[in-house]
Design a protein around this ligand. Structure first.
Ligand code: PEP
Ligand code: MN
Length: 376
């Protein structure tokens, strides 16, 4: 009886009947394609468990050759290769997308931004300001900066002790001595300290004396350093490499989080472009994009982005308006005499004026939430 019925469907050569048969084949294909995707997923999981390469070109060739050999037509062998290659590619893309989604730092729909504790302070709730000199130079310099920051209500102070410099002949920082001066000034004035770590060998030393470890732009792709700061027991400020994509930045952050340290703050600090008027080009798009891609707070280092002081107030406002969780600014009591980055540091009065330009709406949670919540 059913045989007879199947036969009658197959023999129905009216346009309606043919269309019904195409629909039915489409649905069979649909189920088979998804069934294939599920098996591919299992293969991927197996390969990940056993550290086997995901894409093996010889395996793809083997499958295509066997399909062509079995091809009864009417499709040509070339067409069969083309169609199956598309199916293989789709599976690969599907696997890669699932992998993206499984990044631990990725933001899942509706998930809020992480709030990162730094001692008794937080990054990711209210916008923060990190200010201080490019490099720690001496006690008087640090004390003048720290006391003014405290007076202005700034809670985080920066200062490089280990300086990654483009030229080996430039000031390389005071090393441990600088670290101790930064720590002392921070403690005296109740400021949390942020300083760069450039080397796996000094991670523990820096972690013992600073509240937050900065991984600089030049080291964003230094995976051994990322693994080391993951173990340091202190929050990390991870700066974007000056030639790094956002994807590379997120994967660098993933190294730290996957290595056991959830307390990571990202920092956009400008990327290299053909522009000559600025040291780097502040990539303002990175702020909302990182926000969408990732649940870690994002701050902006306006000083290294610009490389000049005159436009810093505008960049500070633009960054916060775009939804940044804070800004970093280089401040020096006497920028003209600074041993590094003299041309971009603000003096203490200029810094105060920059803060005065940050109107309450820029610092309010509502503005920042609005900047973040545009539907695609
Ligand atoms: C710094 O913040 O001191 C610094 C060197 O910045 P970057 O790594 O962004 O160049
Ligand atoms: Mn600097």
């Amino acid at each position: 009886m059913t045989d007879k019925k199947d036969k009658s469907i197959q023999e129905d050569i009216s346009l309606e009947g043919l269309r019904r048969r195409i629909n039915s084949v489409n649905h069979e294909l649909l189920l088979l394609l998804n069934k294939r995707a599920e098996i591919v997923q299992q293969v991927r999981e197996y390969k990940e468990r056993n550290a086997i390469e995901i894409f093996i070109p010889s395996r793809e060739k083997e499958m295509l050759d066997s399909l062509v050999e079995a091809n009864p037509g009417p499709f040509s062998d070339d067409m069969i290769r083309h169609l199956f290659r598309e199916i293989f590619q789709a599976s690969l893309r599907h696997m890669q997308r699932n992998k993206e989604e499984s990044l631990r730092v990725a933001r899942k729909p509706g998930e809020p931004t992480d709030v990162i504790p730094v001692g008794d302070r937080e990054v990711g709730r209210e916008p923060i300001v990190i200010a201080g000199p490019c490099a720690v130079e001496d006690e008087a310099q640090m004390d003048r900066v720290a006391s003014r920051l405290a007076e202005l209500g700034v809670t985080f102070m920066r200062g490089g002790a280990f300086k990654p410099r483009t030229s080996p002949y430039s000031f390389q920082g005071l090393g441990k001595e600088g670290l101790l001066l930064l720590e002392a000034a921070g403690k005296r004035h109740g400021l949390k300290t942020v300083t760069e770590v450039v080397d796996t060998r000094t991670v523990d030393l820096v972690a013992a004396h600073a509240d937050m470890l900065q991984v600089g732009s030049r080291n964003q792709l230094n995976y051994e350093l990322l693994k080391a700061v993951a173990q340091a027991g202190k929050p990390v400020l991870l700066k974007r490499g000056f030639a790094a994509t956002l994807d590379e930045l997120l994967r660098a952050a993933e190294y730290i989080v996957a290595g056991g340290n959830e307390n990571v703050v990202l920092c956009e600090r400008g990327i290299r472009t053909f522009a000559r008027e600025t040291r780097n080009t502040l990539d303002i798009t990175a702020i909302p994009l990182l926000r969408e891609m990732c649940r870690l707070p994002v701050i902006v280092d306006i000083s290294h982005a610009a490389g000049r002081r005159d436009i810093l107030p505008s960049l500070a406002r633009a960054s916060l308006a775009a939804g940044a969780d804070g800004i970093m600014v280089e401040v020096h009591p006497n920028p003209g005499l600074a041993r590094s980055d003299a041309e971009q540091q603000l003096d203490l009065d200029q810094f105060e004026r920059l803060l005065d330009g940050l109107t309450p709406d820029l610092l309010s949670l509502r503005t920042r939430t609005a900047a973040r919540s545009v539907e695609r």
